[in-house]
Design a binder for this molecule. Sequence first.
Ligand SMILES: [Zn+2]
Length: 339
Amino acid sequence: MAEYTPKERLSRVLTGQPVDRMPAVCVTQTGTVEQMEACGAFWPEANYDAEKMATLAEAGHTVVGFEAVRVPFDITAEAEFFGCEIKDGTQEQQPSVIGHVVKTMEDIENLKGYDLSNGRINVVCDAIKILADKYGDELPIMGSMIGPFSLAQHINGDEWFMAIMTNEEFGLALMEFTTEFNVAYAKKMVENGADTMVIIDPTASAQLIGNEFYEKFVVPYHKKICDAMHELNVPVVLHVCGDTTLGLSLMETCGVDGISVDQNVDAATAVGNVKNAVIVGNLDPVNMLWNQTPEAIKEQSQKVVDAGIGLLAPGCGTVSKTPTVNLQAMIEVAKSHKY
Ligand SMILES: [Zn+2]
């Protein structure tokens, strides 16, 4: 079978075409302290400066060996764009959202008319441009963003779950708003050279809100993003945290190409629960990739691959203190696997 560039290989896997072997990619955040030390671009600066962000993303390929580059490393730039208060990250920790800006329908109206050329989302687009100029012919350029449900939670706060149960009009209006933003932002990432879109929507889980609410408050919105990306021939991978086993068939109805599942999901069951979506995952980032030996990681990787997983990868964001050799153990198993 023909040899493919990493870019062709991943694109073919996500669109259901045959390939020579499994690509070695990470759809969740890739930044680690060892990579920062190797390339000289450190958090927190690499979250705010496009050159440094691109340099650290590049280290995922040049230092670790992933066959893709991916930005950003956190999921707060979107809430920050809308004025939410952010707790700065450190060298080892990502920033987090601590203040919320939307309580009412009027608050949503007041956020409309935003200018996408402002804020840190632009830093992400600039980093994508740098990476695409350098690697765009060869490697997949993954753009990642928080998904509309978790963004709604970021800008509304902890009452978001109560809001969707008790105030449908408000809940749907906020989902419309965040989704419209997501579509515009994703298109801008693609204009800058992203060829693969990753939606990180940690709390958009049928396990948390039930199938009925998931169908109403999540599926149509994820579908809008997927449709917009597919018009541009960009495949979409969706990551949701926790045990998504029973929600997978519903998640898939939005048209997503890949679903990234975490370590709470049994890989074989996940593969059996979807029709077309490529299942991505699901090594435990803490108890396996950070804290185990390369030998143990290879063994677990082989189990996951034997279970039929489509893309072997961390089950959630890589822990910043993860040793490079541990990630390389996973990569070795991925690259040696023929479907
Ligand atoms: Zn996760």
